[in-house]
Design a binder for this molecule. Structure first.
Ligand SMILES: Cc1ncc(COP(=O)(O)O)c(C=O)c1O
Length: 271
């Protein structure tokens, strides 16, 4: 099911700047038992992304209506919301005035094996690197070619490796292709600083808030791949799949630890 500006459509104008320049933002959220999980946080990230790009953000109430409408009463689904700067002429200059375009799509929930959350996942390290770009860092904009290249490097079903970690151009660990990364050493939880690249995930925010609500510290800092040799626990997380403990990354092996299990329980798959 696809809605364009709130109406059922199968296509959009070929002049859309989302297609030409990746000029827009998106978010992907889970709907479970009729509840759109962490919807407020998804809408807030869309709003912040539009603000950063200078796109007039559609009213929140309109986006909530799109979510309702695209669900058509379906209680379990993935909803993707895209906002583009709308149509424009040839050339980069933003059109005047801008009429943003909203696209809402519904998909089935992913059928990842339960074992990913219960027993953990194996990861690889992608060859593709993330570019340094503080002006775009954090937001979920539509330019995702780095993730597309990284994801094309391996066959997940043949290898049973569902995710790869990505380094940036300076060789720092940043995130997974579709997840944020957390590591723990001697009881201290750490997650990469995303001021120069990476997406600030809704689940990352949920986890940070939960850790702080439990009175624990979390360090948001630069992490380099050599830390993989010394950490006790590693997990990746996004708002659709929740937390996946990591049992292997390259040559290193891990066990799902107490901290990971506690956060899996505390955050669940929906707010
Ligand atoms: C590149 C990237 N980083 C992080 C995330 C996690 O984001 P969220 O927790 O909002 O689902 C995603 C989600 O798809 C992503 O594509």
């Amino acid at each position: 099911v696809i809605l364009v500006d709130g109406k059922a459509r199968k296509s959009l104008p070929a002049t859309d700047r989302g297609l030409h320049y990746g000029d827009g933002v998106f978010t992907t959220l889970a709907v479970r038992d009729g509840k759109a999980c962490w919807l407020d946080a998804h809408l807030e990230r869309l709003r912040a992304g539009c603000h950063r790009l200078g796109i007039p953000a559609p009213e929140e109430v309109v986006l909530r209506r799109d979510v309702e409408a695209v669900l058509e009463g379906e209680g379990n689904a993935v909803v993707k919301l895209i906002i583009t700067r709308g149509s424009g002429g040839r050339g980069y200059a933003p059109p005047e005035p801008v009429t943003p375009r909203r696209i809402a799509l519904r998909y089935p929930l992913p059928d990842h094996p339960l074992a990913y959350a219960e027993q953990g996942v194996r990861l690889r390290i992608a060859d593709a690197r993330l570019a340094i770009n503080p002006r775009l860092a954090g937001i979920k904009h539509l330019n995702r070619l780095e993730q597309v290249l990284a994801r094309a490097e391996w066959d997940a079903s043949a290898t049973d490796i569902p995710e790869a970690l990505m380094l940036d151009a300076k060789g720092r660990l940043i995130e997974g292709t579709m997840t944020n990364l957390f590591v723990a050493a001697e009881g201290v939880l750490m997650t990469p600083d995303l001021r120069e690249c990476g997406v600030e995930g809704v689940m990352r925010r949920v986890i940070i808030d939960e850790v702080q609500a439990q009175g624990m510290a979390i360090q948001i800092q630069e992490l380099y791949p050599d830390i993989l040799a010394t950490v006790d626990e590693l997990f990746v997380a996004n708002s659709v799949n929740g937390i996946w403990p990591v049992i292997a990354c390259g040559e290193y092996r891990y066990h799902p630890g107490r901290l990971t299990r506690r956060l899996q329980q505390a955050t669940g798959l929906c707010d």
